[in-house]
Design a protein around this ligand. Structure first.
Ligand code: FSX
Ligand code: SF4
Ligand code: SF4
Length: 319
């Protein structure tokens, strides 16, 4: 699984896209969302000379795997180009062929070999109750390895940590009311363990693939992106959904949709949390730019630290 090879030059016959075109694609995608500033010609030239692909270890605790699946759905650039041209994904529990003790050994070997130079992606919350026993993720040397062990041991060795998904970034659904597992976000976990590795939060339940890919590319080419007070890249999470919603005029005119089947009207009265949510869904959209939540339903505020309890709780809130 290890790959320390220099990136080859263009291999369109294998991947359908050259490295140059890949970078153009990423830059082009970035341009529409205001992040073109982070890619300048000097950086692109440096990339085109070929650098070692960046090692990434992706581990998962309490989550539904939607974050991994969302990344796999990356269309432009494709997941194949991300894996073949940008990062060297050394482990991901959903897609790695390696499993069992061998997989655990590999993860720890990679962390030692690339100490300070790899990125650790954490997907899902970290259940700290009962010494982490609610989430045993592997076994090695006759020791059960919990998610708590993995984050505690690997995060200090990493150069950076990406908390992918609202569960990892803020606790999310596993930390919702009624949770008995002590589901904890990466940043809160780091505070209790005195871990100081820089963290980039990429929330969303699940996060848009562009938010994951764009953050990784920014990290590799321009360092840690500018973060808001919740640790999210302002590139993607800097603007309010309601302020940019195509239905804002309806809101201003108090023209409210009465049900989700109403094709027009502001959806606040049927539960839209757009006013409390900060993300670029309104212009990026989902499924290759085809649609987004407010078109067919409502924004449930899935990128926010209070999600789901403070946004769209599973229980009847006592107002
Ligand atoms: Fe959480 Fe990831 Fe929501 Fe699921 O595993 S962000 S539950 S979409 O996918 O962690
Ligand atoms: Fe705001 Fe939601 Fe109404 Fe759009 S539908 S204007 S985001 S409340
Ligand atoms: Fe999440 Fe709202 Fe964006 Fe939908 S529109 S992905 S619920 S932040």
């Amino acid at each position: 699984m290890k790959d320390k090879q220099k990136l080859p030059d263009a291999q369109p016959e294998k991947t359908g896209i050259s490295r140059r075109n890949f970078l153009k694609t990423v830059t082009g995608t970035a341009a529409g969302i205001g992040i073109s500033q982070m890619f300048n010609p000097a950086l692109i030239q440096a990339l085109e000379k070929g650098l070692e692909r960046h090692p990434v270890l992706w581990i998962q605790g309490q989550g539904c795997t939607g974050c991994s699946v969302s990344l796999l759905n990356s269309v432009d650039p494709s997941i194949a180009d991300i894996l073949l041209k940008v990062i060297s994904l050394q482990f991901n529990p959903t897609v790695s062929a390696c499993e069992g003790e061998m997989a655990m050994e590999h993860v720890y070997e990679v962390a030692k070999e690339y100490q300070g130079r790899f990125s650790l992606v954490v997907e899902g919350a970290i259940p700290v109750a009962e010494n982490g026993k609610y989430c045993i993720v592997g076994e090695m040397d006759h020791r059960e390895i919990t998610m708590v062990d993995m984050v505690q041991e690997l995060a200090p060795m990493a150069g950076s940590v990406l908390a992918v998904g609202t569960c990892a970034a803020f606790g999310g659904i596993p930390a919702a009311k009624g949770n008995v597992t002590g589901a904890t976000s990466v940043n809160d976990f780091f505070l209790t363990k005195n871990i100081s590795t820089p963290v980039v939060n990429i929330p969303g339940c699940p996060p848009h693939p562009d938010w994951i890919v764009g953050s990784i590319v920014h990290l590799l080419e321009a360092g840690i992106p500018e973060l808001d007070s919740d640790g999210r890249p302002t590139l993607f999470f800097g603007n309010n959904i309601h302020d940019n919603c195509p239905r804002l005029d309806d809101y201003d005119e108090a023209f409210m949709a009465m049900s989700l089947s109403d094709p027009i009207g502001c959806r606040m009265d049927v539960g839209c949390k757009g006013p409390d949510a900060y993300a670029d869904c309104y212009k990026r959209k989902w499924n290759s730019g085809l649609n987004w939540c407010v078109n067919n339903a409502v924004c449930i505020g899935c990128v926010e630290a209070g999600f789901p309890d403070a946004m769209s709780p599973f229980y009847e809130p006592a107002y």
